[in-house]
Write a protein that binds this ligand. Structure first.
Ligand code: HEM
Ligand code: HEM
Length: 154
């Protein structure tokens, strides 16, 4: 059996969830620190902490994109073809792709004036991802229950 197959092995599932948790938690922590820190005061230790959290976010985000690539072949395409969890899976994959593009635009903005808007869009998409992922897992466990007790489908 392939660990990163249509159904994920426990180790692949944990890897995806821990990777996602790091990206989501670091993004939210950066936003939360923004309310506490004075952006102009570079001596504020919270400023340094916020910067380090953003570095962690950038690194873990690359790892998550790599994981999404590993999921694409069997998990996403396989479940798509089998019509399983399609709606939520498509939304999740689209959100991830938009996050990757908007994240890239934060590094290389098409126009400097757009930076603040791209940042806001990226943050909204990040919160959407944080909401969609638990829904995806709930749908996955509902599917598993259905497989174990197919009579409930009627
Ligand atoms: C078109 C896209 C996708 C479809 C159709 C899809 C479909 C599914 C289905 C049907 C399951 C239940 C598997 C089972 O137990 O039988 C599932 C579980 C899961 N999916 Fe997706 N998925 C998609 C995209 C994604 C993406 C982008 C991620 C990662 C961010 C992801 C992460 C997971 C995880 C962690 C589980 C839980 C695995 C488990 O509990 O064994 N999926 N997905
Ligand atoms: C595939 C998923 C993601 C990718 C590829 C990604 C990528 C990036 C990149 C490259 C940056 C710029 C880092 C820097 O300037 O040093 C960034 C910043 C940021 N990301 Fe993400 N990110 C992802 C998901 C998320 C999520 C889930 C959240 C929130 C829950 C989030 C919130 C943020 C925030 C708040 C910033 C700082 C914005 C700014 O500098 O104006 N990101 N992200």
């Amino acid at each position: 059996m392939n660990a990163w197959g249509v159904r994920l092995s426990p180790s692949a599932r944990h890897t995806v969830l821990i990777g996602s948790l790091f990206v989501i938690a670091s993004g939210i922590a950066w936003m939360a620190l923004g309310w506490m820190v004075d952006a102009q005061d570079y001596a504020d230790p919270l400023h340094t902490l916020r910067h380090r959290i953003l570095v962690l976010h950038g690194i873990t985000a690359y790892v998550l994109v790599w994981m999404a690539g590993r999921l694409s072949n069997l998990h996403q395409q396989g479940n798509w073809r089998a019509h399983r969890n399609r709606g939520n899976g498509l939304l999740l994959s689209t959100t991830l792709a938009l996050l990757a593009v908007s994240g890239l635009c934060l590094y290389y903005p098409p126009h400097e004036d757009w930076l603040a808007s791209i940042s806001q869009l990226h943050q909204i998409l990040g919160i959407v991802l944080a909401l969609l992922l638990p829904l995806h897992l709930l749908a996955a466990s509902a599917l598993r229950r259905l497989r174990m007790h197919p009579d409930n489908a009627r």
